[in-house]
Ligand binder design. Structure first.
Ligand SMILES: [Zn+2]
Ligand SMILES: [Zn+2]
Length: 178
């Protein structure tokens, strides 16, 4: 997705695109690293306006990924939806790339040079930020039994899994020694 500077200086631009994740190198990297599998195209809408000396791009990204729960290894689908605002300032040589949070909405400042802005890297970044670092199929996921590998969400496997029992034994021992 491109914002043409001379066009946006005249009027608001409403842009949209729908691209497969393979269109975005950063998302391809995530798939290669095994972080997720994209199950839907990346849909992006951006409205861009010229303000004083910068472009304000307000947008929304949507997609979906399949994740693997980091506790029980079950695969599950996870929808992605995020709103963002990016301020694009013309690059004056030095890199200005700080993220400033001014409200609940993410406000990002980025730079551009030349007569158009390629929004795709920021679109990919917004999608990547929404993919959980440690995926959990549910907050209360009980994970796998370290003894037999059974999915404890499906019920108790019957193994004596140490943990609490070991601590209890240690406590008993201390009492006996006293
Ligand atoms: Zn799980
Ligand atoms: Zn078990």
């Amino acid at each position: 997705m491109k914002i043409e500077i001379d066009k946006v200086k005249k009027k608001q631009l409403d842009l949209s695109e729908s691209e497969p994740a393979s269109h975005f190198p950063a998302l391809v990297e995530m798939e290669k690293a095994g972080e997720c599998v994209f199950t839907a195209p990346v849909n992006a809408q951006v409205s861009a306006i010229w303000e004083y000396d910068h472009v304000r791009a307000m947008g929304k990204v949507e997609s979906a990924v399949r994740l693997t729960c980091s506790r029980c290894l079950t695969e599950y689908d996870y929808p992605i939806s995020s709103d963002f605002t990016i301020f694009y300032t013309e690059s004056k040589g030095e890199e200005l790339d700080e993220e400033v949070e001014l409200s609940d909405e993410e406000l990002i400042s980025a730079t551009y040079s030349g007569d158009e802005i390629d929004v795709d890297p920021e679109i990919a970044e917004q999608v990547a930020l929404e993919v959980p670092y440690k995926p959990l199929c549910s907050e209360s996921c009980r994970g796998l039994c370290p003894e037999c590998g059974a999915d404890l969400n499906a019920g108790e496997c019957g193994c004596d899994r140490g943990g609490i029992n070991v601590k209890m034994a240690a406590l008993k021992k201390i009492k006996i020694e006293k």
